[in-house]
Design a protein around this ligand. Structure first.
Ligand SMILES: *[C@@H]1O[C@H](CO)[C@@H](O)[C@H](O)[C@H]1NC(C)=O
Ligand SMILES: *[C@@H]1O[C@H](CO)[C@@H](O)[C@H](O)[C@H]1NC(C)=O
Ligand SMILES: *[C@@H]1O[C@H](CO)[C@@H](O)[C@H](O)[C@H]1NC(C)=O
Ligand SMILES: *[C@@H]1O[C@H](CO)[C@@H](O)[C@H](O)[C@H]1NC(C)=O
Ligand SMILES: *[C@@H]1O[C@H](CO)[C@@H](O)[C@H](O)[C@H]1NC(C)=O
Ligand SMILES: *[C@@H]1O[C@H](CO)[C@@H](O)[C@H](O)[C@H]1NC(C)=O
Ligand SMILES: *[C@@H]1O[C@H](CO)[C@@H](O)[C@H](O)[C@H]1NC(C)=O
Ligand SMILES: [Cu+2]
Length: 604
């Protein structure tokens, strides 16, 4: 228990290029967006049949049942954003306490919300004004179909942007729902390089009001680099977070700061987009005296179900509806941690936001404490039923040593000191920033170093199955780029985190527990401590796609692999020359920089 708790602090990242297959909008379609802070309203959109009483409808020919991987609207609209990333010492924001090192997009935390309609093109111009760090931005959960080069994973799909360099990321809103973006350069997002994405589209339930994005994140007063450095020697355990922020704010331990307040209209049904943008902390959320009805998980619309509380792993999202049917007043929206401490803890007691009915006091605090939700055991649900169904043939899954990957911890000597690594199938990932996988391919070089952790997926349009086994008690939120994966099965959380009987998948006894028929599908799932998951994705997207733990500290310590999907098709679908000029800019900067890579180079 203690050991597992100590180990829990160890943590992932990615980037992008241009869509080759999907034509981009022409210049006349561009909406001028020269202001840094994007306007809240979408100024141009197709006529929509989406109304408060019929949210399932979207536009002619597109609705909640449309298979969005096969077909999405050609709106011709481009949403332009300008992001300038800057560095701030002793920044006061968030909860009113000084943060030693902040790195912000357009001076704000969270960064600007990217808003688009389903089918729009999103174009983000990123300029790195950090003093010495590179950076790269990953657009979490965006499929990036035939667009690997815009995925934003430095060392995989691009070189980091050197200080003063600019890069344009362009991608289609192929899916709809709620998500986020973040830096994938070491554990840099813990300094604040994070923001949300809202893609409007159909929904499985009617609602009146869209409250918008509601990111919840753990918050650290220290500098990300310094925290990461402190995790190099054993035990390498993640520290508790200093606070938890709701949409960027919370009170602090000394009574300063302020609660986030979300306004509800009495009698109305509201949509809330809960997004876990944590570095490490996983939590359960609940709203006193109200239920939440889930309509979507990650970018996958699901059959609606109602819950008193929801567990979110790092990177996971739940779009919910909330009926404002209680008495007019103020209500706590609470975050609760798993009692084991195995999926993150905070120094702040009982983090909360306030949901305030119109007509209620805007200064009074809620009076009803509410009932703590059941202990999550760090386990996410596998009973979500996607509306657009996907099934994999069970006969296609053959458990072999080749598709079995285990996760474990190792301590090795590095530059004369003991160092903690996370190993996947015996190897921690350690990429070289100026030699991303796509650059190897551009040069026709297939001799990847062993520590690039390349797993080939050669065959086109087949289900690729993976058994992931956890040889330690620490759970990991596993995230796949470029795909939603099917969660065919996993071990249930056990009472004792040192119970090792469920570590290994046994095909003879475990196969019958797998669900191949439209199972839960999303882009992040929890790998239980001392347990396994079986996941599958369809090889319909050529590229180098990271599969990693989303705890920033763990990915930095190596917990990552990359699937090299249909390598022979990559040159036809991915414009490999798009890695320039970023790579040559980075190389000339890095060669003269005293600041060197000290970890895997990746982060969640
Ligand atoms: C990143 O920036 C921080 C703060 O300026 C610095 O301490 C660190 O050494 C830099 N790391 C790299 C690899 O540039
Ligand atoms: C970036 O540009 C600014 C302004 O021109 C300059 O002061 C700074 O030294 C440049 N940074 C690097 C790392 O070249
Ligand atoms: C969170 O803050 C953003 C920006 O201020 C706002 O647009 C959004 O509506 C807020 N979310 C909620 C749920 O209040
Ligand atoms: C966010 O994810 C982290 C890591 O899995 C988890 O510890 C935390 O509880 C999650 N937060 C929420 C609000 O779900
Ligand atoms: C919710 O948060 C408030 C404020 O911290 C706290 O007083 C209350 O006990 C919490 N309720 C639950 C169920 O955690
Ligand atoms: C240990 O794990 C096995 C296999 O999952 C389970 O049957 C057993 O109940 C667990 N024991 C405890 C104490 O949790
Ligand atoms: C990563 O690999 C490079 C090149 O092999 C090596 O010099 C460096 O020490 C490695 N980093 C770690 C943290 O193991
Ligand atoms: Cu992890």
């Amino acid at each position: 228990m203690r050991t597992a708790h100590l180990l829990q602090g160890l943590g992932c990242l990615l980037f992008s290029g241009l869509a080759a297959a999907v034509p981009l909008a022409t210049e006349e379609d561009l909406i001028p967006r020269t202001d840094l802070a994007p306007r809240a309203e979408l100024t141009k959109r197709a006529p929509t049949c989406n109304t408060p009483t019929n949210r399932a409808c979207w536009t002619s020919g597109f609705n909640i049942n449309t298979d969005y991987e096969a077909n999405f609207p050609a709106t011709g609209v481009v949403r332009n954003y300008n992001f300038v990333i800057t560095e701030h010492d002793n920044w006061v924001g968030g909860d009113g306490v000084v943060k030693k090192k902040a790195m912000l997009i357009n001076g704000q935390f969270p960064g600007p919300t990217i808003k688009a309609d389903w089918g729009d093109t999103i174009r983000v111009t990123v300029t790195n004004k950090l003093r010495v760090n590179g950076t790269s931005l990953h657009w979490h959960g965006i499929r990036m179909h035939n667009n690997n080069v815009n995925d934003g994973a430095n060392g995989i799909t691009e070189c980091p942007l050197a200080p003063n360099a600019t890069k344009v990321y362009t991608f289609r809103a192929e899916q709809y729902g709620s998500s986020w973006y973040h830096s994938h350069f070491s554990s840099q997002y813990a300094n604040g390089i994070v923001g949300t994405i809202q893609i409007n589209g159909p929904a499985s339930l009617p609602y009146d009001e869209d409250l918008g994005v509601f990111p919840i994140t753990d918050w650290y007063y220290g500098a990300a680099d310094e925290i990461q450095h402190s995790l190099i020697p054993p035990p390498g355990a993640a520290p508790p977070s200093d606070n938890v922020l709701f949409n960027g704010s919370h009170v602090n331990a000394n009574g300063g700061g302020k609660y986030a307040r979300v306004k509800l209209k009495p009698g109305k049904r509201h949509r809330l987009r809960i997004i876990n943008t944590s570095v490490d902390n996983t939590f359960t959320v609940s709203l006193v005296n109200h239920q939440m009805t889930v309509i979507q998980s990650d970018f996958v619309p699901v059959n609606a179900f109602t819950a008193q509380s929801l567990f979110l792993a790092v990177g996971q999202r739940y779009d919910v509806t909330i009926d404002a049917s209680a008495a007019v007043g103020n209500y706590w929206f609470n975050v609760t941690f798993a009692s084991s401490g195995l999926c993150g803890v905070s120094r702040i007691n009982k983090p909360a936001a306030i949901f305030q009915y119109e007509g209620a006091s805007s200064t009074a605090l809620p009076t009803i404490p509410g009932t703590p939700p059941p202990d999550s055991k760090c386990e996410d649900t596998t009973s979500l039923v996607p509306i657009v169904s996907r099934s994999a043939p069970s006969s296609a899954f053959i458990a072999t040593p080749a598709n079995d990957i285990d996760v474990n911890l190792a301590v090795e000597t590095w530059e004369g000191q003991q160092r903690v690594y996370w190993k996947v199938k015996g190897q921690d990932m350690n990429i070289t920033w100026d030699e991303p996988t796509l650059e190897y391919l551009a040069k026709g070089n297939m001799n990847f170093p062993p520590r690039y952790n390349v797993f080939q997926v050669p065959q086109a349009n087949v289900w690729s199955f993976w058994v992931v086994e956890n040889l330690l008690g620490v759970p990991h939120p596993m995230h796949l780029h470029g795909h939603d994966f099917l969660i065919l099965g996993r071990t249930p959380a056990v009472a004792d985190p040192f119970n090792i009987t469920a570590r290994r998948y046994n095909d003879a006894t475990d196969r019958s527990k797998l669900n191949f028929n439209n199972p839960t599908r999303r882009d992040v799932t929890m790998l239980p401590g001392n347990g396994w998951i079986v996941v599958a994705f369809r090889s319909d997207n050529p590229g180098a796609w990271l599969f990693h733990c989303h705890i920033a500290w763990h990915v930095s310590q190596g917990l990552s692999i990359q699937f090299l999907e249909r390598v022979q098709d990559i040159p036809q679908t991915v414009p490999l020359n798009a890695i320039e000029p970023t790579c040559s800019q980075w190389t000339s900067y890095y060669n003269s920089s005293p600041y060197k890579q000290f970890d895997s180079g990746l982060k969640a």
